[in-house]
Design a protein around this ligand. Structure first.
Ligand code: HEM
Length: 272
């Protein structure tokens, strides 16, 4: 059996590896910052890996910690007991991360010596962080599934570059998302895409633009490395932000900017 490459070095996922719908989390596993197998990933490891792309420890934990909350299938939400405002406020004071409890991807019994773990494919739990209208994955209800990268969607995204394939801007990506919404409204009768899904979608793009771009543009070469190879674009010249990591304020500002740019008002007549 050949030895695993050193941590930091890129290698394609091993044959039986578990991978997620997130190209960046997969890239972190392909560089060995997470178990290369993508199996039995503990919260401390996911949290630490966020530092490898230049996120502040607080912003990293806002994503990593709630991922280990229990998954609640949104299709069964009607069976949940309603929670009163005071009870909700109480649990927020006890645990501020509970604001993001709908991000939970962990399934009961995923314990190893009493420690919770996730396999990367658990991140595809539909309706938690995973949503319809992704940049590079098909929708949950489509036959290709919601986890594997789709080369035709990635190629289509790159065509939205307005400077001959050098960069993608926030406007380019906003236009791509709008085109995806228009098409999926026609092609996917089971489409679920409302304000919460849109917010998460824009959040993921904002993260990419902040950590790999300058907040407004990103080199197409970087986007190709991230989506086509699930690799950090080090060879292409990217270095992680160190002197000023991406924090909560920058993140929320970037998300609201992107939501405004996409400009979807969720009136169906607007997008059809
Ligand atoms: C704890 C950390 C993270 C978790 C649990 C996570 C999880 C996810 C999941 C489940 C998706 C799929 C959403 C969908 O399209 O349906 C996703 C997509 C995405 N994530 Fe992450 N992610 C994390 C960190 C990051 C970071 C640090 C970045 C960038 C710096 C990032 C960038 C993206 C991008 C650009 C997408 C969109 C992919 C697409 O639409 O095809 N993620 N993430």
């Amino acid at each position: 059996m050949s030895a695993s490459p050193p941590v930091g070095q890129y290698a394609k996922a091993p044959a039986d590896a578990s991978r997620s719908p997130c190209p960046v989390v997969n890239a972190l596993a392909n560089h060995g910052y997470l178990e290369r197998s993508g199996k039995k990933i503990y919260v401390e490891d996911l949290n630490a890996a966020m530092g490898q792309v230049g996120m502040s420890p607080l912003l990293g934990s806002v994503f990593a910690v709630p991922t280990y909350f229990e998954y609640h299938d949104p299709a069964l939400a009607y069976m949940r007991k309603p929670v009163g405002a005071w009870q909700r406020a109480g649990s927020l004071i006890k645990n501020p991360y509970s604001f993001f409890d709908y991000f939970g991807c962990w399934k009961e019994n995923q314990f190893d010596n009493k420690r919770k773990y996730l396999n990367l494919e658990d991140l595809a739990s539909h309706g938690a962080i995973e949503h319809d209208i992704s940049l590079s994955r098909r929708d949950f209800g489509e036959k290709q599934g919601n986890n594997d990268p789709q080369p035709d969607l990635i190629a289509e995204m790159l065509e939205f570059s307005s400077d001959g394939g050098k960069t993608l801007t926030i406007d380019n990506l906003a236009a791509f998302i709008k085109a995806r919404i228009r098409r999926q409204l026609k092609e996917n009768p089971g489409l679920v895409y409302g304000p919460p899904e849109h917010q998460v979608n824009c959040g993921q793009i904002a993260l990419m633009m902040g950590c790999f771009g300058d907040g407004k543009t990103i080199p197409v070469e970087y986007v190709k490395a991230i989506f086509e190879d699930e690799r950090l674009p080090v060879e292409e010249g990217w270095t992680k932000r160190t002197w000023w990591t991406m924090g909560l304020l920058e993140f929320f500002g970037a998300v609201s900017n992107l939501v405004a740019k996409v400009g979807v008002n969720f009136d169906v007549s607007e997008t059809s």
